[in-house]
Design a protein around this ligand. Sequence first.
Ligand SMILES: [Zn+2]
Length: 88
Amino acid sequence: MEGDRWLLLVPCPACGVPAEVTDRFSLPSTDGPAGHLSLRCATGHQFRMPADLLPAPCQRQLQAEEAELETVVVACRDISRVRHRHTG
Ligand SMILES: [Zn+2]
């Protein structure tokens, strides 16, 4: 069983291009463990952010993915409004 076969793309908080979720982890908060994400976007920004800050469609896809526990390739619908950048 490999736990890192998923790929989830969310809009980069800084520049809006699709960013890959490179890690997921929980940090304690006053309300209990809170899901966080590590992101790396196509232009090199790296972020850690609470999953709560994702657009609702992305959160739903994350939850669905976690429920299924299998390889899922997901592109958040919101990204369709973001211009794609061709880097190569
Ligand atoms: Zn970025």
